[in-house]
Design a protein around this ligand. Structure first.
Ligand code: ZN
Length: 156
């Protein structure tokens, strides 16, 4: 009913139904795969960086509504932004989901629709999976651009 407690906000369901930027890039410069064994979510994130700018981003794989919606909203939020902005957004979003930052007033834009996830500890990994893969991809500069080369461990 309220934005604070309802896990499946309409926008979450809508993103799960038609995820944005879903698919693969022809020539990704960075990528990583995130796997969350406790839920079965398995998502890969691909980036095309131009200097510090995230020129393009795609994700693919399969997961629950929370992981898919979160990754989908993530791609919308950071596409065209610079790496620093993406890292800051990740930090705020992570802080909201892990309960160290109040969602009210947190600079996370539309991602606030996932804030209720913080009340469901078993789902927090779902909400952060795509972001973990994103951070992993950004931290692995120069890694071979082959799918599945980098795998986040146990959703952490
Ligand atoms: Zn999940």
């Amino acid at each position: 009913m309220s934005a604070d407690t309802d896990l499946y906000q309409e926008v979450v369901i809508e993103h799960k139904r038609s995820p944005r930027n879903f698919g693969t890039l022809p020539a990704p410069t960075h990528q990583a795969r995130g796997h969350n064994p406790s839920c079965g979510d398995d998502l890969s994130v691909q980036l095309e960086l131009d200097g510090d700018t995230i020129r393009d981003i795609r994700f693919h794989g399969s997961g629950c509504a929370i992981s898919m919606a979160s990754a989908s909203m993530m791609t919308e939020a950071i596409r065209g932004k610079n790496v620093q902005t993406a890292r800051e957004l990740q930090q705020h979003f992570r802080a909201v989901l892990t309960g160290t930052e109040d969602p009210e007033g947190a600079p996370i834009g539309k991602l606030v629709s996932l804030a209720a996830v913080r009340r469901y500890p078993s789902r927090i990994k779902c909400g952060l999976l795509g972001w973990h893969a994103l951070m992993h991809a950004l931290n692995d500069e120069g890694a071979p651009a082959e799918e599945g080369v980098v795998t986040t461990r146990d959703g952490t």
